[in-house]
Design a protein around this ligand. Structure first.
Ligand SMILES: *Cc1c(COP(=O)(O)O)cnc(C)c1O
Length: 374
């Protein structure tokens, strides 16, 4: 059993993937071109948004958003304390200041009460200009965008939706990567929609922002290739990856259904024994991870060992809150600025979750958790 099984997925999709890759190779067109443009259209249609610009990674997609808005020194960007490092790294790379916000212990997503308090505090402090709420759709579930949008409107902030893990999730049947003023995703292999290398995408309804992003990914090019109108990046999705992603996007709805079946099974069997993840009403998750909470670190360690003895992998996402990462020491943050995030780091455990788990696999995980906790 694997946490996320890319080999089984390849076995299921092999004829289509092999053909798609070999078509790109014989076309001789590897960078940008029609394969990438067609995939961008298909992706925008799936998400339900006007503009999609693909790029070299989810991290670059986030960075592009901040570049488009001109976020830099003196600006504050609010980001959850419990997420992958890249969500906050891009803020600091642009010279802006990340302000870490605590998360909701049921959904693992940004906590609305703490978010508003931290925005108000930043306004009172007058040291930084609040500009962006960078909210993360952690483990597959979209953050609470109804409430985030209200705060963004009140305090005149942009919303940047980090949908690296959220692709496929919904609120009121609307898809993730459509909730931000700009939204992004990642095609890192283990993400809900993954390629066979690195890749990412940037989504927006604003045609000017999309045009700037399109320029930025090609060294800030102007109308012609050798006219450069701004400093940019070299950040493009390869045609081979786009061709692979097209096959995987076609298979995605069926896979999405299956991971939701598995999640239901886990929750039904485990919710009386451990804390299982909560999906908000009118939300759905694409289950990038199925993450439970144990009573304490000792119980988590015992469970990891019990699972491991049955050859069942498990993983800790994430072992450290961002505010305690050595790279952010320069911010000189206090000890317990985000107590929920800090606690989650010592109690969470992610169980195997992917569409190619069999019912027997799922039952084995459930039985092992049950007998270990008792
Ligand atoms: C994976 C991930 C990223 C970065 O994506 P890459 O494609 O690996 O650069 C950003 N944010 C979150 C929440 C992620 O999980």
């Amino acid at each position: 059993m694997q946490l996320r099984d890319l080999q089984k997925q390849y076995a299921a999709l092999q004829p289509q993937i092999d053909e798609a890759v070999s078509n790109v190779i014989s076309s001789g067109s590897f960078i940008m071109g029609s394969t990438v443009a067609q995939f961008e259209q298909q992706l925008a249609q799936y998400v339900g948004i006007d503009h999609c610009v693909t790029c070299a990674s989810g991290t670059d997609a986030l960075r592009l958003a901040l570049m488009v808005w001109g976020i830099g020194p003196g600006d504050a960007v609010f980001v959850p304390d419990f997420t992958f490092f890249a969500s906050a790294e891009v803020i600091a790379l642009q010279g802006a200041t990340p302000i870490f916000v605590d998360v909701n212990p049921d959904t693992y997503n940004i906590d609305i009460v703490d978010l508003e308090q931290k925005i108000q505090k930043a306004i009172l402090d007058q040291k930084l200009k609040p500009r962006v709420i960078l909210s993360v759709d952690l483990f597959g579930q979209p953050a609470d965008y109804l409430q985030i949008r209200e705060l963004a409107d009140i305090y005149e902030l942009y919303i940047l939706e980090d949908g690296a893990q959220g692709f496929g999730g919904t609120i009121w049947k609307e898809h993730a990567c459509s909730f931000g003023d700009i939204s992004t995703t990642s095609f890192f292999p283990a993400k809900p929609l993954g390629c066979y290398g690195d890749g990412g995408a940037f989504f927006t309804r604003n045609p000017e922002w999309a045009a700037i992003a399109q320029s930025l990914i090609q060294h800030g090019r102007g109308i012609t290739k050798y006219e450069n109108v701004r400093m940019g990046l070299n950040s493009r999705l390869d045609a081979i990856q786009a061709a692979i992603l097209k096959v995987k996007l076609d298979a995605f709805p069926k896979e999405y259904e299956r991971v939701n079946e598995i999640a239901k099974r886990y929750t039904k069997a485990l919710s009386s024994i451990v804390k299982t993840p909560v999906v908000l009403e009118n939300h759905t998750s694409s289950w990038a991870q199925y993450t439970i909470q144990l009573a304490d670190e000792a119980q988590r360690k015992a469970l990891q060992e019990a699972l491991s003895a049955k050859n069942i992998p498990s993983a800790i996402y994430y072992p450290n809150p961002l505010h305690k990462q050595p790279a952010f020491e320069y911010l000189q943050l206090g000890e317990d600025i985000c107590p929920v995030a800090t606690k989650l780091c010592s109690t969470v455990l992610s169980l195997p979750m992917h569409p190619y788990l069999t019912d027997e696999d799922v039952d084995l995980v459930i039985d092992t958790v049950k007998s270990s906790i008792k």
